[in-house]
Design a protein around this ligand. Structure first.
Ligand SMILES: *Cc1c(COP(=O)(O)O)cnc(C)c1O
Length: 385
């Protein structure tokens, strides 16, 4: 089983090809490379796909989340209720606003915010709630929104990983990003399902929020360069407030539009591979596949497995054994509160978050993964039993 010839099975692999390369080439040769017509086209396609009235492209999801909180008025002295159990950008964007992230523990089965613990974290200083659809698994938005409404707080969805994921609203399935809170923010980093190299998107139903995102992503410039470029008379722009340079380029957007067209096929294959893992893992004692709540249809941006005491190896031993067998894995999602940048503000009591990081392993899953490679990973997992 442990042949040295076998190439390493990666944890993930962006699905990019000739079509994306051709689209980037066209953008470069068009002579307009920064935010322009291709960004507009990508925004329209994205908004249509998720069912959002407005979609605003930015440089990445970190800048998207920062812009969302900033425009919702989060500032120095404020608090944002969120999770520690996430990529560190989730906590960092709260700090960018001069505010403090207040961490709520996760549901150990879904790795998502435990709605029952939100209320206790709310104080008079709370300005927003920011749940994460972690690894593409929709969080319990109905429960989060119920708490938010009781306290009159806006909800910003960190949907970095959740393009194509769906949640049940009444009897209907809706895509993450309609949005269901005030704003949803997506990432197009290569580790996510749709990539533009780097990139991000904010979606909202509120035209006022959208207009503010558009203004502030481009230095709060009153007249965008595209308008001045097309104008018949000279126009001078103004800068009514301090903005940011959070633009996406037309080269990125050109790639994104191709990726979005290919997304249904990419999703179908990911779900097929994930469901196969889930079926096989059910026959391996001690390994627990991801729990999918009734209201959720995940895109399986990652495939997390909990390693319990019934498995003969610890999580770390399993990761080492897989590495020796040329199978790349990653540990569970990190916790911001366990990093030096946040630890000093503690103590924190987040036992489910800590257990999730330390007993979970992410298995390889990507569009071009062959059945044979997946069989090999499963065989390695079974081999220890
Ligand atoms: C990847 C990720 C981000 C950051 O996205 P970037 O586009 O890399 O800035 C934020 N939150 C979560 C949950 C993520 O997984």
């Amino acid at each position: 089983m442990l042949t040295t010839e076998r190439p390493t099975i990666p944890i993930a692999k962006p699905e990019l090809g000739e079509e994306e390369a051709a689209a980037a080439r066209d953008a470069i040769l068009s002579g307009w490379v920064t935010q322009g017509p291709r960004v507009t086209a990508f925004e329209e396609a994205f908004g249509h796909y998720v069912g959002a009235a407005h979609a605003c492209a930015v440089s990445n999801c970190t800048t998207a989340l920062h812009l969302a909180l900033h425009v919702l008025g989060v500032g120095p002295g404020d608090e944002v209720v969120t999770v520690s159990h996430s990529f560190i950008a989730t906590a960092n964007v709260v700090r960018y606003c001069g505010a403090t992230p207040v961490f709520v523990d996760v549901d150990p089965r879904t790795f998502n915010i435990d709605p029952a613990q939100i209320e206790a974290a709310i104080t008079p200083r709370t300005k927003a709630i920011m749940p994460v659809h972690q690894m593409g698994m929709p969080c319990d938005m109905a429960a989060v929104l119920a708490v938010a409404e009781r306290h009159g707080l806006p909800v910003v969805e960190d949907a970095a990983c959740a393009i194509g994921s769906e949640m049940k609203v009444g009897e209907r399935w809706e895509r993450i990003g309609r949005p269901h809170g005030a704003v949803a923010c997506f990432s197009f980093h290569p580790r996510k399902i749709v990539t533009t190299g780097d990139g991000g998107m904010l979606t909202t139903s509120d035209p006022k929020l959208d207009a503010k995102f558009r203004l502030l992503r481009q230095h709060a410039m009153s007249v965008p360069d595209t308008t001045r470029h097309a104008a018949k008379t000279v126009i001078f722009e103004e800068y009514p407030e301090v903005g940011f340079n959070y633009r996406m380029t037309d080269i990125q957007a050109a790639v994104g539009s191709v990726q979005l067209r290919r997304l249904p096929g990419i999703l179908a294959r990911r779900i097929e591979l994930a469901e196969r893992y889930t079926r096989e893992l059910a026959t391996i004692p001690g390994l627990v596949p991801p729990h999918v709540p009734d209201f959720a249809r995940p895109n399986y941006q990652s495939y997390p497995v909990r390693v319990t005491a019934d498995y003969p190896l610890t999580r770390d031993e399993l990761m080492n054994r897989l590495l020796a067998a040329k199978v790349s894995t990653r540990r569970g999602i990190m916790n911001a509160h366990q990093e030096a940048a946040y630890a000093a503000a503690g103590p924190y009591r987040l036992p489910a978050s800590e257990a999730a990081r330390d007993t979970t392993v992410l298995l390889p899953l990507y569009h071009s993964m062959s059945d044979a490679d997946q069989d090999y990973v499963i065989e390695c997992l079974r081999g220890a039993v």
